[in-house]
Design a binder for this molecule. Structure first.
Ligand code: SF4
Length: 548
């Protein structure tokens, strides 16, 4: 991380943003021209290597992808469903090989066959009628959404006036009073780490700085998880409300929504919601006569999974390569443009409305001792009832799978829960698990986003591991070599074992996994061994033929 680059990038403020300009420069020709990158270097007083380094990192700005027009989803759910070869064959009739690229993941895990064209996502039956001159899209909300508890996240939107009457009321309270409710709720981050949100907000509040930021991390691209997409598209005002309250409590004047390029519809829906707030004078200066100033800025991501990691995301907004930063200092101390910054996940922010409305204690009545509230669980297309389910923390996994999901459509041998770094859960473990952080950790898995991707019985486990390593290697930020090299070696070994008469040395492989786990700087390289180790443990019979 370069503090100088952060400072120089922030010199022009959020509204004149380097990363956004690099993205804009790529729009016409697919990648920014050298002249344009040089101009930006001069404008922001940074080296040419920096703008070049950024432009060559992202899927939507890098030169190798400049001719791509259609992108096929290669997320785990689509891969397991086996639908993407058909998508490719149909698209190949309308696009040349060179015009077809890949994206991970489009959040259409409930019906697969997902692809992206001209800023729009398609899935399910869309491919059968796809004509590039005449685009017809499915309804955005064509999946099940249901709650089995007091709905806090999936509660129907009560309309602008009602929803924001609570904001006007909240602004009559002090930041300390509101923070106390957040702390009483014991709400923990839903992005995977489960860090208590109240502590994060308090740490930022305690920093003495006139400029602070609230960032909504809407770039968590875990294949299988489309709950953030649901909230951004269907409940944008819940997310925005949470950010405004975060700003009021911490003293931040800006809320930045960093939204995945893979969710183009979400960005425009959130922008409409921001416009609505502006029209109703609930943004800007002295909101509701409270002396509180707040505004929003949407930054559209450009396709890099690692930006779901909070410090990589901060570097990205600054227009730097999205390399993970070492911590400490934490973002609440030195974050965006070197200023105190809170980074929260979409689902975490969306929970704030119910906490402010009903009080922290009421929220904490739901859930288990350490995992409070409710959680969205995403089920993929292998379930009879795929969709998003809001359940109380502590709900048995078996009831999610059998009662809500309606069981599996075809025989399944395992599920990867919690994204590509989440555990591979064999069916025999279903009855030992509840939807909460502790239950999963105790059994050697990870709740993460609580997305469920099924691995069907006829899908070779080694092929799944190869897919995971390929994903991890492609998405590594490259900062630390255990991950940069280790994920690549893992991919090579699994690929060789699958396709050649090659046996992997078990001791060498164990060494590789331990090095990744212990030597990686962040959870990307450090997390990929978990599902691999789960697979080796529970599917040894199937996998032993690949090892000596
Ligand atoms: S573990 Fe991987 S993604 Fe994380 S900092 Fe190291 S190279 Fe980057």
């Amino acid at each position: 991380m370069s503090k100088n680059l952060s400072e120089l990038s922030g010199r022009k403020g959020l509204t004149n943003n380097l990363f956004e300009k690099i993205g804009d420069a790529a729009k016409e020709s697919g990648t920014p021209s050298e002249e344009r990158l040089n101009e930006l270097s001069e404008e922001f007083l940074i080296g040419k290597a920096s703008t070049y380094g950024t432009a060559t990192f992202y899927d939507f700005t890098k030169p190798e992808n400049k001719n791509k027009k259609a992108y096929i989803c290669n997320g785990s759910a689509c891969v397991c469903a086996g639908t993407q070869q058909n998508v490719k064959e149909i698209l190949s009739k309308q696009f040349s090989e060179n015009e077809i690229g890949h994206m991970t993941c489009l959040g259409r895990c409930y019906e697969n066959s997902a692809f992206h064209y001209q800023g729009k996502n398609f899935s399910g039956q869309d491919i059968l009628h796809f004509k590039k001159e005449n685009l017809i899209q499915n309804d955005l909300l064509n999946y099940n959404v249901k709650s089995t508890t007091t709905p806090l996240l999936t509660i129907p939107y009560s309309g602008f006036e009602n929803h924001y009457a609570l904001l006007k009321k909240a602004l009559n309270q002090t930041p300390d009073e509101l923070l106390s409710e957040i702390k009483k709720s014991n709400l923990r981050g839903r992005g995977g780490a489960g860090f208590p949100m109240g502590f994060k907000w308090e740490a930022c509040k305690n920093e003495n700085n006139d400029t602070k930021f609230i960032i909504c991390n809407a770039d968590e691209g875990d294949p299988g998880a489309y709950s953030d997409r649901y909230l951004l598209e269907q409940r944008p005002h819940s997310v925005l409300f949470g950010m405004i309250i975060a700003g009021y409590i911490t003293g931040a004047k800006w809320g930045v929504l960093y939204i995945r390029a893979e969710y183009p519809e979400a960005a425009s829906i959130v922008q409409q919601a921001i416009d609505e707030l502006k029209e109703n004078n609930l943004l800007g200066k002295n909101i509701h006569h409270s002396n509180f100033n707040f505004d929003f800025k949407i930054i559209k991501a450009q396709g890099a999974y690692i930006c779901g990691e909070e410090t990589a995301l901060i570097n990205s907004i600054e227009g730097q390569r999205p390399e993970v930063r070492t911590r400490p200092p934490f973002p609440t101390q030195i974050g965006l443009f070197n200023r105190p910054t809170v980074v929260n996940n979409v689902e975490t922010l969306a929970a704030v409305h119910s906490i402010i409305k009903n009080g922290g204690e009421e929220y904490a009545k739901l859930g288990t001792e350490k995992s409070k509230g409710t959680k969205l669980v995403c089920l993929d297309s292998f379930f009879n009832n795929p969709g998003i389910y809001e359940v109380e923390m502590g709900t048995p996994l078996s009831s999610v799978i059998n009662e809500l999901g309606g069981g599996f459509k075809i025989p399944v041998k395992a599920m990867q829960i919690g994204g590509p770094l989440g555990g591979i859960v064999p069916l025999e473990k279903i009855n030992n698990l509840n939807i909460d952080f502790e239950s999963f950790a105790k059994q050697g898995f990870l709740l993460g986003h609580a997305s469920v991707v099924c691995i069907p019985t006829n899908f070779p486990m080694m092929k799944y591991l190869e897919h995971l390593f390929e994903f991890a290697a492609y998405e590594s930020c490259g900062k630390c070599f255990p991950c940069r090299l280790g994920t690549k070696r893992g991919h090579e070994l699994t690929q060789k074992a699958l396709n050649e008469n090659y046996k992997i040395d078990r001791a060498l492989f164990a060494d590789l996994l331990n090095t990744l786990q212990q030597g990686s700087l962040c959870a990307h390289g450090g997390g990929i061994p978990l599902p691999v180790k789960n697979a080796l443990h529970y599917f040894n019979e199937e996998l032993k033929m690949y090892f000596n």
